[in-house]
Design a binder for this molecule. Structure first.
Ligand code: ADP
Ligand code: MG
Length: 269
């Protein structure tokens, strides 16, 4: 069996990005639905290698809270990655659906715990995601969180981890990145903090009219306080995830095991 587009029927386009498209497809063999991500391969050898990294790194993951890799193949200058379809769509879309009605504390903690478990799996494999944001986090029909889009991911300590020019949305970028320091596991924790804050308030923690004032706010770690009704532990957690010095930020392992916070997450673990 050689994997190719011939094995799938395209149903519709579900996402469009700078590198290509995400298509909803049906596998002709098992009739299951999948997402097929189509990525234009650059002409240069190094560009090609870095595009292939997305498939390689995703294929190495094996966790309930990470989008399951199915297969990948190349044809006519494109790379195709087939993965599990998350029918609930992305979390940004889900947040926008709320209009202004807040998520319950229970939902926030359940989703956040699952995100931590997914990120812990990634970090345990010495991989950094580098593009954690609500648009790259998906939901299944059963409300299970799945981390996706490994298009920016890299292996920790590889020389390429340092030379990352940022292209996406700037809201989730940590102070050290604006300061041209290398990306590390705590930079993912910062981004995860931004998603947690979004779940708590339906807003970005760091927002501004200009790039300059956005970067200033991020580098000061200055965000509007969380609503008072949220438990003390969530205030505490956010405060620590937004420590401007990455060394002062907890690792995902610490978040999941440290006494103060894990007690709150315990019933979702
Ligand atoms: P890009 O690199 O272009 O951001 P993504 O992998 O993030 O590509 O996919 C783009 C969009 O397509 C996502 O934001 C999401 O809305 C949708 N999408 C991608 N993968 C899935 C999936 N497995 N299940 C459901 N929707 C998906
Ligand atoms: Mg994306």
């Amino acid at each position: 069996y050689i994997a190719s587009m011939d094995g799938y029927t395209v149903l519709r386009v579900i996402g469009e990005g700078s590198f290509g498209r995400a298509l909803l497809v049906q596998h002709k063999g098992n009739s299951g639905h999948y997402v097929l991500k189509e990525i234009r391969l650059p002409k240069t050898k190094s560009g090609m290698e870095s595009s292939r990294k997305e498939a390689v790194l995703l294929s190495r993951m094996n966790h309930t809270n990470i989008v399951a890799y199915q297969e990948s193949f190349e044809a006519d200058g494109h790379l195709y990655i087939v993965m599990e379809y998350c029918t609930g769509g992305d979390l940004l879309h889900r947040i926008k659906q709320q209009k202004s009605s807040q998520f319950s504390e229970d939902v926030i903690l359940r989703w956040f715990t699952q995100m931590c478990l997914g990120v812990k799996h990634i970090h345990d494999k010495r991989v950094l995601h580098r593009d954690l944001k609500s648009k790259n986090i998906f939901l299944t029909d059963k409300g299970i969180i799945k981390l996706g889009d490994f298009g920016s991911a890299c292996v920790l300590n590889s020389s390429k981890a340092h030379a990352h020019s940022y292209v996406g949305t700037p809201y989730y970028v940590s102070p050290e990145i604006w300061d041209s320091k290398p990306y590390n596991n705590k930079s993912d924790v910062w981004s995860l903090g931004c998603v947690l804050y979004e779940l708590c308030t339906l807003r970005h923690p760091f927002q501004a009219r200009s790039w300059k004032s956005l970067i200033l706010k991020v580098c000061r770690g200055a965000y509007p306080p969380l609503p008072n009704h949220l438990p003390y532990e969530l205030h505490y957690l956010i405060k620590h995830m937004f420590k401007t010095n990455p060394r002062d930020r907890p690792s995902v392992h610490t978040i999941l095991t440290s006494h103060r916070i894990s007690k709150l997450l315990q019933k979702h673990l």
